[in-house]
Every structure is written in C-alpha cells, then in structure tokens.
Design a protein. Structure first.
Length: 120
C-alpha cells in the first residue's frame, strides 16, 4: 500500500472515530437529561422502548470504536490492508467501502458461505 493510501485511511479512520465518539457522548447526555415522569403506562412503555433501542445503537457504536482502534493499530504496525486469513492484499476499493475490514473479499465471501452452511 502506498503512503498516500495509508495517510488517506489514517485520516478516514480518525474522522470515523471522532464521529462515533461524539455520537456516544450525545447519547449519554440525552439519556441523563431525560428525567421525565409518565402518568400514562403506554407513554412509559414507549419511552422505555426508545431507551432500549438507543442502548442497542450505543452498543453497536462501542463495538465499532474497538474495530476502528484495531484498524488504526494495524496501520501503525504495517499490517493494515493485508488479509488476516490468506495474507493477500485487500483491495483499496474494499477498504474504502469497509475501512475496518480484516479480510479480503474472497475470504469474507468464503466465511459468509461457511456461516450460511452452519446456519449462523
């Protein structure tokens, strides 16, 4: 991978990380500010459902933060863009579409086929 590509992905991943962290902070602020009391049980149920949905999104964001940090680590140690399964280069177009990927398109397709066969 060329230095310009490394710089591009470092910037892209850094921006992704900043964005996810900002969203996480906003989510926490929103959840701590809402000290509403509901007289109607249906309103309370709706609010609890919304809160549960928000927490699921936050959990997905937390996992994405870890993946972004791992990708940045691979950039630093020189393994970014190398498939962890077969050792081949991951194409730049795939990395642009999924910058946190660890697998080339062939290995990812194979993994998904195996998961489908197992019923995962």
């Amino acid at each position: 991978m060329e230095q310009k590509d490394i710089d591009f992905f470092r910037k892209m991943l850094g921006e992704m990380l900043d964005e996810v962290l900002q969203k996480g902070e906003a989510t926490i602020e929103d959840m701590t500010e809402s000290g509403e009391v509901f007289a109607d049980p249906a309103d309370r149920a709706t609010a609890e459902s919304d809160r549960s949905f928000t927490l699921r999104i936050r959990d997905r964001e937390r996992r994405l933060i870890k993946k972004i940090q791992d990708a940045l680590g691979r950039l630093e140690d020189g393994t970014y863009g190398i498939c962890e399964e077969c050792g081949e280069d991951i194409g730049v177009p795939r990395l642009k579409a999924r910058p946190v990927t660890k697998l080339c398109i062939n290995c990812k397709s194979k993994q998904e086929d195996e998961e489908y066969q197992r019923g995962d």
